[in-house]
Design a protein around this ligand. Structure first.
Ligand code: ADP
Length: 397
């Protein structure tokens, strides 16, 4: 059995999945959580059975040891697997990585150099890679970057109109994130439509806890809603998305707010959480059903922001062939989809309301009518499979 082990290492958790990059079959998946805290846990799921063990996990090296032990105890036996690669999700590849790469000391040094651009993510990613190199010394390690897909953005879309010294010395520009998801979903919808990627103009809405929109032309990202950091753009679970850049100065003056507090509030206390007290869209929608005005407003703000991006990206693309919803909210919430799509009637988009209501999580499906001028789809994202495929392609090249 040939497989890729995909690792998504954060500062306090390691998610992993063993899968076949060709068929997409998942052989096992797991999560090691609360690394570095007094109580940790290992969850390993194989053949639909979830094995769980509570124990402290002091660091990423220990996590990798527990990962290999989970495979030994519960299967599949890694010594029987032809492990083509370990594929690592790395959040920020800056302008240095437009493609996945095999990890070398030079690559590690570059990812380290990018830490100032992603201080919350790249260090955990690096710890995961370092530990995996020790645990699997004979297997190629491949880094797959969340930003890479967006390196095709034209300069006009990637450039902030800020002083030259910021742009040149501090690498201030728009990078974009969720690239593996946008790459997977935009390619998949072309397959589902049976049309060449080259002739499609697609907007992908990845709506999870983090959310982003991407304009894809001929398979290449030409604009995306996230920027230098994953804070720009859509309203998210706890992130504000777009703001007036004057807000920082305003709060510094009227509330003596520090930059750290400002950063913290915009990434952890804003978005749905800031508007309603809950970061979870299910809860927000349940409260909206009960007539809660904050939940109603939050829903309207989310939809309004989505419309601005879909409309703007349609103009950037010079038209729209496909609109695709993915991730937790995109795959599950018919009302968000309907609110967005119904407002796009001026583009000749027509929602099939029954199909929209019937769409179920994890299942691909068209939710536009046969007469709609734009194909509207729900396509479940599969970032692990995309990472596995990209990692396998690097190794085979
Ligand atoms: P992450 O970005 O952490 O991977 P997900 O893609 O799982 O997150 O998306 C999480 C979001 O999806 C949450 O806001 C959650 O409330 C929302 N969600 C999940 N199921 C539903 C549902 N049935 N209706 C509305 N929102 C849902």
């Amino acid at each position: 059995m040939r497989a890729v082990l995909v690792i998504n290492a954060g500062s306090s958790s390691v998610k992993y999945q063993l899968l076949d990059p060709v068929t997409g079959q998942s052989h096992a998946r797991g999560l090691i959580e609360r690394i570095g805290l007094p109580t940790g846990a290992v969850h390993h799921t194989v053949d639909g059975v979830r094995h769980e063990q509570q124990l402290p996990v002091p660091d990423h090296e220990a996590a990798m040891h527990l990962l290999t032990r989970a495979f030994t105890q519960h299967g599949p036996d890694l010594s029987q697997v032809d492990l083509a690669a370990v594929g690592h999700r790395v959040v920020h590849g800056g302008a240095d990585f437009a493609d996945p790469v095999e990890v070398t000391p030079a690559v590690l040094a570059t990812i380290e150099r990018l830490v100032p651009l992603a201080p919350l993510h790249n260090p955990g990613n690096l710890d995961g890679i370092t530990a995996a190199r020790e645990a699997f010394p004979d297997v190629p390690q491949v880094a797959v970057f969340d930003t890479a897909f967006h390196q095709t953005m034209p300069e006009a879309a990637a450039t902030y109109a800020v002083p030259k010294v910021w742009r040149e010395q501090h690498r201030v520009r728009r990078y974009g994130f969720h690239g593996t998801s946008h790459a997977y979903v935009s390619r998949r919808v072309a397959e589902l439509l049976g049309r060449p990627l080259e002739e499609l103009r697609t907007v992908v809405l990845h709506l999870g806890n983090g959310a982003s929109a991407t304009a894809v032309e001929a398979g290449r990202s030409v604009d995306t809603s996230m920027g230098l950091t994953p804070l720009e753009g859509l309203v998210m679970g706890t992130r504000a998305g777009d703001l007036d850049p004057g807000l920082a100065g305003h709060l510094a003056r009227v509330a003596s707010m520090s930059m750290d507090d400002y950063d913290q509030a915009l990434s952890k206390e804003s978005g749905l959480l800031g508007l309603t007290g809950s970061a979870d869209m299910r809860e927000v929608m349940a409260r909206r059903d009960e007539g809660d005005p904050d939940a109603e407003l939050a829903f309207q703000v989310v939809v309004h922001r989505l419309l601005r991006y879909v409309g703007g990206f349609t103009a950037v693309l010079g038209g729209l062939d496909a609109l695709v919803f993915t991730a937790g909210i995109g795959e599950n919430d018919p009302r968000v989809r309907a609110a967005v799509v119904d407002r796009l009637a001026f583009l000749g988009v027509e929602l099939d309301h029954a199909a929209n209501e019937a769409a179920v999580r994890g299942v691909e499906g068209r939710i536009s009518t046969p007469g709609s001028h734009v194909e509207v789809w729900v396509v479940p994202t599969n970032e692990e499979l995309e990472i596995a495929r990209q990692a396998a392609a690097v190794v085979e090249a």
